[in-house]
Design a protein around this ligand. Structure first.
Ligand SMILES: Cc1ncc(COP(=O)(O)O)c(C=O)c1O
Length: 375
């Protein structure tokens, strides 16, 4: 059996008729404007362009973030300053407030793993201090929280389609603030890039159907994963590219309520059946109404050995993120981010995961407890 980290592309989905247009799918709250990009990073670039931010301006960002997310800001000449994220994966509001400086123009709030961050509190802070609020909903498509749909409170919000749907890339910029506008010209992404991503998606889906993954076997050595995390990866070279037509066509066929229903059902089942707490702890022990979870993050002892063990059993558990994947300066400015990075592991609970996968996770985690030497 193989539990893929990402949802599989199915024939059923391809054969359904389109259900609606992208704006109503992504932002069902009547925003000022929606612009479709090639990736979540490009959408973030679009947000910074719409906010007219550039050299000399400072963006306040969480210290717990993948380094490439900040590439669009760096490409535009902005400086990033980091605020602390607690082990409950929430912004430390005191630290964040203390970090606002004379050049700070905007604040990035990430809704980690689909769970809502404190949008209203940050909205109020931004209004008081004259800052723009950018909601990063890359993990949070179709989600909502106590403050309404995720992405509806910020001046701008950005989404990543490929994290939640089986598509070859795509990102959406939502502009909520009527005083902001995006006027840049977007070019089409290269057909070669889109096709190679599509082939990747099809191979992943074939692995999911066959129940066996070469990739999971290769990744089941933590030394190998370390090497991969540390290698210099090709960076996204440009950000001014629009959404490809294949992703748009697939996304329009998705039923958001069904995606959320399946993700929530898997999350709930895992919460109920997870082996006794102690050496494993769910990062989010409750699933509030409206949340469409991206994955199931746990804190676990001997994390790397447990990950090896799960991968060898075909469970594509991922780490968000390795120390080497953090942006330069994040750990220096907020050293205790390390306590998240060292212990976090995530299990897939997306729409292609079934009950038998969840049973397998629980069995494997019990086995990991005995065999991986976790005490
Ligand atoms: C929090 C967050 N925001 C934005 C992005 C960028 O999304 P994309 O990979 O679609 O460019 C990522 C990707 O890792 C992310 O984790």
């Amino acid at each position: 059996m193989y539990a893929p980290a990402e949802p599989a592309l199915s024939l059923d989905l391809l054969l359904t008729s389109p259900r609606g247009d992208l704006p109503s799918l992504v932002a069902p709250w009547n925003p000022t404007r929606l612009v479709a990009f090639d990736s979540g990073k490009s959408a973030l670039w679009g947000a910074l362009r719409a906010a007219c931010l550039g050299r000399g301006d400072e963006l306040l960002v969480p210290a717990y973030v993948f380094h490439a997310v900040l590439d669009p800001a760096l490409a535009l000449g902005l400086t990033c300053r980091f605020y602390r994220v607690t082990t409950a994966i929430e912004p430390d509001l005191d630290d964040l407030t203390a970090k606002i400086g004379a050049r700070t123009r905007a604040l990035l709030l990430v809704h980690y793993f689909g769970f809502p961050g404190p949008s209203r509190a940050l909205r109020q802070l931004c209004d008081e201090r004259g800052l723009l609020l950018i909601e990063d909903c890359a993990h949070a498509l179709f989600g909502s929280g106590g403050d309404g749909p995720l992405g509806s409170v910020g001046d701008l919000s950005v989404f990543s389609l490929k994290k939640i749907l089986p598509v070859p890339g795509g990102g959406i910029l939502v502009i909520n603030n009527p005083n902001l506008t995006f006027t840049d010209h977007l070019s089409a992404p290269s057909a070669r890039d889109v096709l190679s991503r599509l082939v990747g998606r099809i191979l992943n889906s074939a692995e999911a159907v066959s129940g066996w993954s070469v990739k999971a076997r290769l990744l089941s050595s933590h030394e190998f994963r370390r090497l991969l995390a540390r290698r210099v990866k090709p960076r996204q070279a440009r950000f001014d590219q629009g959404l490809n037509i294949i992703s748009a066509a697939i996304a329009r066929r998705v039923d958001p309520s069904e995606v959320t229903r399946r993700r929530r059902a898997n999350y709930t089942r895992l919460l109920e059946d997870l082996p006794a707490p102690g050496w494993i702890r769910p990062v989010f022990p409750d699933l509030p109404r409206g949340v469409s979870p991206f994955c199931f993050p746990i804190y676990v002892e001997n994390r790397d050995r447990v990950q090896d063990y799960l991968l060898r059993r075909g469970i594509h558990a991922r780490v968000y993120w390795d120390v080497a994947e953090l942006p330069a300066g994040a750990l220096e400015q907020c050293p205790d981010t390390a306590s998240i990075l060292e212990r976090i592991l995530t299990l897939p609970i997306h729409q292609s995961i079934r009950e038998e996968h969840i049973r397998r996770y629980c069995l494997a985690l019990r086995g990991a407890h005995l065999i991986a030497g976790v005490t």
